[in-house]
Design a binder for this molecule. Sequence first.
Ligand SMILES: Cc1cc2nc3c(=O)[nH]c(=O)nc-3n(C[C@H](O)[C@H](O)[C@H](O)COP(=O)(O)OP(=O)(O)OC[C@H]3O[C@@H](n4cnc5c(N)ncnc54)[C@H](O)[C@@H]3O)c2cc1C
Length: 509
Amino acid sequence: MNKIETDILVLGSGIAGLSLAIKAASIGNVCIVTKAACIESNTRLAQGGIACVWDENDSFQKHINDTIIAGDGHCNIIAVNTVVQNAPKMIQDLMSLGVKFNKNKDNSLELGREGGHSNHRIVHINDESGLAIVNALLEKARSIKNISFYEHHFAIDLLKKEETCTGALVWDIKNEGTVIFNSRLTILATGGAGKVFEQTTNPDIATGDGYAMANNIGADLADMEFVQFHPTSLFHPNANGFLISEALRGFGAELVLPDGKRFMQNYHILGSLAPRDIVSRAIYTEMQKNHLSCLFLDARSLPSVELINKFPAIYQKCLLLDIDITKNLIPIAPAAHYICGGVVTDINGRTNIKGLYALGEVACTGLHGANRLASNSLLEGLVFAENAFQNIKNNLHDHPFKKIMQDDISDNFRNNIGEQNIIKKLKQNVGEIMWKYAGIKRNQKNMLLAYDKLGLIEDAYTELSLTSISTPDLLELRNIIITAKLIMGFAINRSESLGTHFLEETDYN
Ligand SMILES: Cc1cc2nc3c(=O)[nH]c(=O)nc-3n(C[C@H](O)[C@H](O)[C@H](O)COP(=O)(O)OP(=O)(O)OC[C@H]3O[C@@H](n4cnc5c(N)ncnc54)[C@H](O)[C@@H]3O)c2cc1C
């Protein structure tokens, strides 16, 4: 078993992990461990952009209020204030790294609008904001000598000694061997868990590994019941969860029934631009009422040249599927998008486990409350990476290495394709259960039954893991099951509707 010692171990190469790594490299050695190619992340897929008060008619207070209203009052006000007030500095920092946000003719930043925002305040790079940002961060990180990249390295478990996180056990996928990363500080930045649900906008990497690993070493988790369902994932057999950005509605596209009639005004004063939980529920309700598999977005009346220029990726993707968004209705349906809760941290990203920080989507900072405001999550990753760095900067050497003994760790991890079909089937089963019972509308009785069903799948996993050698696939199944049980467990324990957690049997306004 290989051993690598590093001051700071970063698990994940999305916006949170990369931002922290770039800063932390000024005070020590950093290893970035990531389970696929570096670019693979939720960050890469972000379309809309980053919420930031930039316009003189806007104010921090308005952005704060919008965040709290979207979060259904469940937000941590200190986290909200900190994130909102630091946004302009984060945008400046990204621009100095070379990120070229869209600009107006007068050279001011072009500000988009999204659901739940009372102002235009989304800075963006066309409809591929995440890709441009992650490319800039990667280029910077790759230029720093102190940062070593370990791509195709799968973090299996966090390591703990004397109540302190001491690094992680990692599977080197290409060379088929385990590696112990021993670190002073460990940064969990493994992103979300959309793949726990049958329908999701998330890529394959989003299997909840971070929640499971943190849970396994006794880190506190909270608010896992608040799963955000994005209202407008492209509905097509070959769409693979492709997102139709909310920015399209911000530009004037309307949600409609198959006959072209608008319906959102029956649900919220902001119509198609209401907060996401309300829009997703409204779409779901109309789909159920009218026995439909999808509804539609209507962008046909918008100026077509501008539409194509502003949303080139969406235009091209739809065109590939024979949908010309300037002429045709766009079929959409809700899909699991974002986990609002996660590993509990303080304002500096510290968890309750000494030596372990959690940043980005895997963390629960309290910013999002019961429902995330659009375009607040890339921002959260940036601001908390900065806060964590400021905190680490002064105390890195107060965290001595605690040596991990090789004998403490079992080494039965091998790639083994024999059980792949069973693993795939069990993953699918979890996805179906979660979509049906922990989806947009929930019901206490059904969730209790579904929790038992998850238990049966867990039994099947346990049996499988006794007879077969661990593989990344099997570990992802383990993590999907643990995360699903966390979400369902938290959901069962919340007996009232709040934000994204909607119980059918309770009245809801
Ligand atoms: C389609 C889509 C559009 C979005 N649009 C926006 C938007 O416009 N604005 C906005 O603010 N937010 C948006 N979001 C949400 C936002 O993109 C994410 O919340 C954010 O990028 C999360 O960043 P992160 O660094 O925490 O995680 P990620 O970017 O998901 O990165 C996680 C990293 O961890 C790695 N990893 C995971 N498990 C392991 C493991 N076991 N071992 C090693 N590595 C591991 C992954 O490979 C990946 O590199 C969008 C999300 C999606 C899916």
